[in-house]
Design a protein. Sequence first.
Lengths: 670, 152
Amino acid sequence: MTGGGRRPLQGRKLGDKRVRVERPHAAYFRWSGEGRLTAKATVGKPTTATGRVLARVKTALIGTALSTDAEMGERLSKRKALAIFSSDAISSSAYATEEILRVLILGGAAALVLGLQVSILIAVLLITVAISYRQICIAYPTGGGSYSVSQRNFGRGASLIAASALLIDYVLTVAVSTSSAVEQITSAAPMLYDVRVEIGVAAIALITVANLRGIREAGNIFAVPTYLFIVSALLMIGVGVVRIVFLGEGQSYPAQIGEQAGETLQNVGLLLLVRAFAAGAVALTGTEAIATGVPAFKRPEAKNAATTLAVMAALLGVLFIGITFLAVNFGITHIDLPEKQTVISQVARRVYGDGSIPFFLFQAFTATLLFLAANTSFNAFPRLLAILAHDGFMPRQFALRGDRLAFSYGIVALAAVAASLIVAFGGETHLLIPLYAVGVFIDFTISQSGMIRHWRRERPAGWRRRLAINAFGAILTGIVAVVVTAAKAPASLLVLILIPLLVLLMSSIRRQYDGQAEELKVRDDMVFTGPHREQRVVIPVNGINRAVIQAVNFARPLAKDVRAVYVTEDPEDGDRLRERWERQLPDISLVIVESPYRAVISPVIAYLDVLDQAWPEGREAPITIVVLPEYVARHWWDRVLYNQTAKRLQAALVGREHTVIADVPYRRDH
Amino acid sequence: MLETQTPSFRRAVVALNGGRSDARITRIACELARANRAELVAVHVVEVSWSQPLDADIAGHSDEAQRVLDSAEEIAEESKVIIEPVLLQARDAGPALVDEALERDADLLILGLPYRKKFGGEFVIGRTIPYVLKNAPCAVWVVREPIPEGAS
């Protein structure tokens, strides 16, 4: 600790003197142990006016910076986590029933009544997947979900496939859910159709800002709409069930309903049921998000995550089966003409009454929740990227937390990719949907298969039962993965191309990092006492001035061999400088390089090459320190007037072997 | 008339002696300062023996002195209150604290008192607190730590 100045002060009484001791470190650092300082928030405070304005804008948008110690405070309670991580899964209940009925209608009224059975089978799959992910939360509490499972049980290849599949799906979830939410808006207000892309991008920007404010605050923002939907949907199911079961208000599908399918009626065969099952299984997307984000939970993280996952699965199951039960028993299926009416809106209209306030409220809650489904990805995607970055498969920046402890780089990357997709596809959801949900089922299958290996290896009590559950789940999700990919082909095949490309990208990033680590590695049993290579200094100068003198003075102690190089096109000019140089800097040798072709940079480089070539063979090459005198402009606008040659020289020297570039700035107030 | 409200203050000097009561009085001061929107000054006095000049380079190099003030600042930051740390060297802590409080126009001086007993069982109050109680023109609060179990 460096002692500061001391100021003597006189007290009230003559003998009462005291000395105030200045603490120079106190403004920026806090003492935190022997030889250890902790930087305060003031360290990062901008010093320029522009910087201060930008910082103020940033604070207004995302809030004040939080210290790493506040991380525990940013953790999620189960209640908030359910809202944050489940909006995707729960929102699926708003359209999963419709997805099933859209397929079953091809088999006519007889097939439509099977909707309930299909939804129950999907709920069984949901329970299987949820149990599997609960086990993953507990067995792999560091997060990462299927990536961690497959890495531990299958190795790098499978884990990167799982990660790639998930990353693709998270991006698509944002793009699809935002586009579909915008579609809801534009169907209500058709005049906004032309600006749908702008609305979509603005919506993504809003969710991005909310997430950059930190996960806890995002939880506060997103919890209310999620719970409003859950409560109103449960109420709708309760009222609907009473009216069907006890008041006998149910009705069956009219026999001619299949005619609206627009396709040739099919027999209620296994293939139709499998297709309906695969279509409805979309409801499961988002189930894996909690397992990815286990470390975001309050302690005990794994237990809380597992509980939240169970609650989410139970809610999703009840909502999904409930809504399908009401749809089938009220004889409801989707209507496309004369105007589009979703299944859930018809169910709500039937239960709450057409045009009633509860009906409109429910519709508003549903639309908001669909919009927020993107938010789950905004939490899971950056976390997965952070884990991948930590393992060296993604650039390291993705593992860094921003001012509010959120993984800002990942959040911004997701927003950028999803927004680009919306722009590229013109905000048309149906163009994106074929790509959606393919990756997540590949991921489910890999993770459940990984858990089979996990149980075979660990063999805790009851492992056979757990293995059986995972095996059952792996088979079912595997079938769905194949059916979903086949049903959505050829567009879905794009995902199958993207996955290996991403795997390749991640592997090459890892190879790059591994290569760099190998290059930089030093043996830990070595003691490094000092440099053993010779050093020499070359100072490109433009004459004799304060900046040059300062650079020369800086260079003197660095090496015995210090020489200045002056490039000129005019020999007389060179002579004049030499005369002055020998008078004013007699101990530093000056090399004048005449450049009749007026080049400035290349003669300096060529001179350095010559120096290298002149070095005796057999001796280790010296380190050449190129000291660049630099004049620091007072204002940003006059920077363009100075140092342009130095900058070009610097650019030419970067990466040169055995060469160190040292900028010696000269400021006017020196 | 009896005052039932928490007494308010504008600016308080919190005297820190590096002991275990520092954290307690800093927390109390921060809570009250936040409620009153008052300013806080944390003062740590390093007593210099007569064998050395008063302005000898002692406190600036003392990790312990930095720890005392930085710990107080950390507590203040947690409570979202700004505390100004002041490091003093003096022959005697009492007059230095009173003079600092006077110079800063403080209307409250808060001191902590650990529960200690002399050999023989007599409670020890030290010399700083009696001096401050006698000489400080502002209000003085002395916060004594609870009697440790088995000490009474």
